[in-house]
Write a protein that binds this ligand. Structure first.
Ligand SMILES: [Fe+2]
Ligand SMILES: [Fe+2]
Length: 193
């Protein structure tokens, strides 16, 4: 799915179901961080009008997702807990290019974002297909579609601003790197855990 090499073991959904409060809090944080990421792309690339326009839409959509998750947390009597470290995103961050031009760094930031959208989308799909909760199943199906669109937007911008061959090669490296880390995940009650 979306180029990902490894599928999440559906047994991860059992862990999520047993820790619904934790998974929802963690999910709310993911949405908030996705909005922040889109805003940072605006801050660092303000002269790119088309990018700024689309990142504005994404930031608003991610905050709307945040609002929806926060509403579910409140309606179910859970607490929106303090932020937990996202080890998966931490490991992805290590793969970001630290050298190179500003444009190259933007392209890597776009691929990094596409990667997180792809895996989040896959996790939402696994949740929607396996969770024993009609409301959440429907909710995660809707979010899955939205995050898949974000994935496409990020990847398309990388291809628009970068040389096609470079971007495709670099994307392949991202996919392979992601495979090498995700193999150790799928055991915790977080969206990327
Ligand atoms: Fe989202
Ligand atoms: Fe997204």
């Amino acid at each position: 799915m979306l180029g990902l090499k490894l599928k999440t073991d559906p047994r991860w959904v059992n862990i999520a179901e047993d820790n619904l409060g934790e998974i929802l809090s963690d999910h709310a944080w993911c949405e908030q961080k996705a909005a922040t990421n889109a805003i940072n792309l605006i801050i660092n690339n303000s002269e790119k009008e088309d990018l700024v326009t689309e990142m504005t839409k994404i930031a608003i959509e991610e905050m709307d997702h945040f609002r929806m998750v926060h509403d579910i947390i409140k309606a179910r009597g859970f607490e929106f807990t303090r932020e937990r470290k996202d080890d998966y995103v931490g490991l992805l961050t290590k793969f970001l290019k630290k050298d190179g031009s500003r444009d190259q760094s933007m392209i890597d930031r776009l691929l990094f974002a596409a990667m997180i959208e792809a895996r989040s989308c896959e996790r939402f799909k696994v949740l929607s297909e396996n969770i024993n909760d009609e409301e959440l199943s429907q909710f995660y199906r809707e979010l899955m579609i939205s995050e898949a669109n974000h994935y496409t937007t990020f990847l398309n911008f990388a291809r628009k601003y970068g040389e096609r061959e470079y971007v495709d090669n670099r994307w392949k490296q991202w996919i392979e790197y992601e495979e090498s880390i995700i193999v150790n995940f799928g055991k915790k009650e977080t969206i990327h855990g």
